[in-house]
Design a protein around this ligand. Sequence first.
Ligand code: TXA
Ligand code: MG
Length: 316
Amino acid sequence: MLETTRLAADPPGLRAAAEILRAGGLVALPTETVYGLAADACNDRAVAGIFDAKQRPRFNPLIVHLPDLAQVARFATVTPLAQRLAAAFWPGPLTLVLPLRDGGGLSPLVTAGLDTVAIRIPANPVAQALLTEFGGPVAAPSANPSGRISPVTAAHVLAGLSGRIHAVIDAGPCAVGLESTILDATGDTPQLLRAGGLAVEDIAAALGQTVASPQTDTITAPGQMASHYAPRGRVRLNVTAPDPGEVWVGFGPCPGAALTLSPTANLTEAAARLFHALHEADALAGPGGAIAFAPVPGSGLGRAINDRLRRAAAPR
Ligand code: TXA
Ligand code: MG
């Protein structure tokens, strides 16, 4: 059992966090999407510690976080498609899967033995400052126990991982609130591997090109496992009339709802509120309770919101 320190998002806090990373420890860091559980991506034991702390299956590769595009070429081949995507959306809530470059020094645990690597350049200034202060690649999955709801506050991180990690940097709630959109950019056509905090419509518009959504039976991302983001209680979706005793989470006007994703049916607000609402509904409903979500449209950020809701509701 570790003592988990809550660090402030100020220069002393960031220096302490970088020291922990250099020593092979685990620090939860804020990004604009969700809080990540960070470790030195070149240190096998540190990366193994992420899998242990989260109880995450080892076949599941991690995202490598870097402060800017200039650092990427050490670890991956920046394809022409990746160049265009980076120019339009980095730093930001976008992760690119690229051909792995040998000799970069990444722990093979990060890529789970694949010949590709997932890279993200986060925009959150605290994440940027820590990456710069640390000066190397940082592996970071979402800072939650595997299969549970992603954390969008330091309190969520501590509720799931206190005693299992060295520190959390508290920088308040995450602005986007949904994990990054993951694109395979190894070829000429972007392939959507996970819907997330950057809408596919925005990507297609910036590229002037459609984004493919491959149908695959093989699990390439944990977001593709049916049950994920799971509260302890039962979850029903597209509910306009909740059953008695159900914790109803609204979208738009929903008289009597216990919580709302957005009273004005705004998808950006709903994305930012989604994991807060799942955590709160989980606490209200309790282990044997029931949660019901009002319908959310499937366009724009609604695609990722509905993806997370389906997984939260999946049998487990
Ligand atoms: O917003 C985010 O993406 C957050 C913050 C912390 O950056 N991170 C995050 O990490 O959501 P995680 O581990 O929960 O999800 C990373 C996803 C997984 O679904 C993993 O399978 C996929 O990225 N992934 C990583 N490397 C990959 C690769 N080489 N090919 C395909 N998928 C990959
Ligand atoms: Mg996750």
